[in-house]
Design a protein around this ligand. Structure first.
Ligand code: SF4
Length: 363
């Protein structure tokens, strides 16, 4: 794990963050009409996200499908144009830079995709794909030699360069994606669900490899996942997103040991514990319904339509702020009461009932 565990703000002792996002908004317009192309609304995929990522840190970004986490990752790399807010990379405001101005920065910011097969061109050899960024950015040197080195670094045989993506397993393809991302020696890598499509046994290998590469190349990661169980191992801090906003952000261990936002509590209660004794006693807090539409998010607290702790008026009328509570930032009016246990969830379900005692054998 990287060194900058930090507090909720993620501010290291020695300098400014590598990535600094302030009130980021990414809205996609909804248009209607065949003749008159009218703007009738917006899908507010990201709606006021602020976070910092320190150099060498891994920030986990977690939430359900459709919560806007991948859109945040893509906006940070300026693959999407922000609708509002600012993105600062290594002290430079990149929010409104044009493609020409972004080009030198692109080398320093890379992305690893969820589906390694879809992100690789099946007609190109591995060597051609891994070497492509080196050629496009005219990095000089012996490209073939560099490609072989990169493939060795990510644990693939050097002769993989002459083979094609279909000849590799899912985990090996993700290693090819990693080699390509590392080719330009980046500072910042957005890992967009890099292990979600892989078998559980392979997931750990890729996460371990990512950690190894981080130490060796001083990389900074935004690690996006929909599963809290996956990000714990690799993240220094974790941000939990819901409907385009951050609900809770804290050092990783604090989030798991002492979650304060009802959404985080619900997500964590859904993770099975591999101890039948503990699991039998545990209660699960089930979320009701689906994620509301980001085109029309609930007013006040966005989570109030599904929150098991919802209170009659304040939750439905006043938007909570993302505010510090202990080592966390949490967007809930009642975080202190939930922490103290004076507010209890209204919808709880026992995961497993303890089996009734077996009748005594009749001899
Ligand atoms: Fe739940 Fe109310 Fe907190 Fe929102 S503000 S998370 S509805 S308790």
């Amino acid at each position: 794990m990287a060194a900058h565990a930090g507090g909720w703000g993620g501010v290291s002792e020695n300098g400014t963050p590598l990535v600094d996002v302030d009130e980021l908004k990414v809205w996609f317009p909804i248009r209607s009409g065949l003749v008159l192309d009218r703007h009738v609304g917006d899908v507010k995929a990201v709606d006021g996200v602020s976070l910092q990522i320190q150099r060498g840190e891994t920030l986990g970004l977690v939430g359900e499908s459709g919560c806007g986490k991948s859109t945040v990752g893509r906006a940070l790399l300026r693959l999407y144009k922000p609708t509002g807010g600012t993105i600062t990379f290594d002290g430079q405001d990149i929010t409104h830079l044009g493609e020409g101005e972004l080009r030198p920065l692109r080398k320093r910011m890379q992305m690893i995709f969820q589906d390694p097969y879809a992100s690789l061109n099946p007609r190109h050899s591995v060597g051609r794909m891994v070497g492509e960024p080196l050629r496009v950015h005219r990095m000089g040197g012996n490209v073939n030699k560099q490609v072989r080195e990169l493939l060795t670094i990510v644990g693939l045989p050097a002769d993989a360069a002459t083979r094609y993506p279909h000849e590799f397993s899912g985990g090996q393809r993700q290693r090819i994606g990693l080699a390509r991302a590392l080719a330009l020696n980046p500072d910042f890598v957005v890992c967009d669900e890099p292990v979600s499509a892989l078998d559980v046994s392979i997931q750990a290998q890729i996460v371990n490899l990512l950690e190894l590469l981080q130490k060796e190349f001083d990389l900074t990661y935004l690690f996006i996942a929909h599963d809290l169980a996956v990000v714990r191992h690799i993240s220094d801090r974790i941000a939990v997103m819901y409907l385009g906003q951050i609900m809770e952000l804290s050092p990783a261990d604090d989030l798991y040991d002492n979650p304060l936002h009802p959404y985080t509590i619900s997500l964590l209660s859904a993770i099975p514990i591999p101890d039948p004794q503990v699991e039998r006693k545990r209660t699960s807090i089930l979320l009701q319904g689906d994620l509301p539409s980001p085109a029309n998010p609930p007013r006040a607290c966005r989570f109030h339509t599904r929150c098991p702790y919802v209170q009659p008026t304040r939750c439905r009328e006043q938007e909570p702020e993302l505010r510090p509570v202990d080592t966390h930032l949490v967007k809930c009016h009642f975080a202190e009461e939930i922490k103290a246990g004076t507010l209890q969830p209204q919808r709880r379900e026992v995961v497993f009932e303890a089996p009734a005692a077996a009748p005594e054998a009749v001899s």
